[in-house]
Write a protein that binds this ligand. Structure first.
Ligand SMILES: [Zn+2]
Length: 188
């Protein structure tokens, strides 16, 4: 199996694709997380939750984007990480993102994954996850992340080989989507 980028097969709305300064570029890890923050912020303006995610290759080529569309799509599973994973699997033509022939893929998510997204990561085959804002940041504006514990992340590493990097680039841009959401968004 060979991943060819670009072109991308998944079609995104203009507002979502618009967060990428250069669609064909490679991005550094901090820049990729910056894009996840930008998706989260743009998504609030589009009636979504303050969460964004990107799947990218180790070299920083983006593979898929995801934004939280729970309210907009009337879908409790439409979290940013889930959307990015679904889109990456479509892009790669496999339900297993460590399939032979694929380059190592990484998930960048603007906020620590909830219990559902933890499960989705478990099954996705992704081996590297970076998250930025904390569970507490999300809970402060009223979201619930469910019973995700450090022990669960340790189990994901020991049983599935997933390296989880929490609190990555948790800067002002990481918190801005929550601030905007607190003023304008619909909580669920
Ligand atoms: Zn989630």
């Amino acid at each position: 199996m060979k991943l060819s980028l670009p072109p991308h097969v998944v079609k995104y709305p203009d507002w979502l694709l618009g967060v990428l300064p250069d669609v064909d570029s490679s991005y550094g890890k901090e820049a990729l997380m910056g894009l996840a923050h930008a998706i989260a912020l743009a998504n609030v303006s589009q009636g979504g939750g303050p969460f964004g995610a990107i799947v990218a290759t180790e070299e920083g080529k983006w593979v898929s984007l995801g934004a939280n569309r729970v309210v907009a799509d009337v879908d409790s599973t439409a979290h940013a990480e889930i959307m990015a994973i679904r889109n990456a699997e479509k892009e790669c033509g496999t339900h297993y993102l460590s399939a032979e022939g694929l380059p190592p893929l990484e998930l960048y998510t603007s906020c620590a994954p909830c219990i559902q997204c933890y499960g989705a990561i478990w099954w996705s085959g992704l081996k590297t996850v970076y998250s930025s804002a904390s569970k507490e940041d999300a809970e402060r504006v009223g979201f619930s992340e469910g019973p995700v514990t450090p022990e669960l992340w340790q189990a994901l590493e020991s049983e599935r080989g997933v390296k989880y990097h929490a609190g990555f680039a948790r800067d002002a841009a990481a918190l801005r989507p929550f601030e905007l959401f607190a003023k304008a968004g619909e909580l669920y």
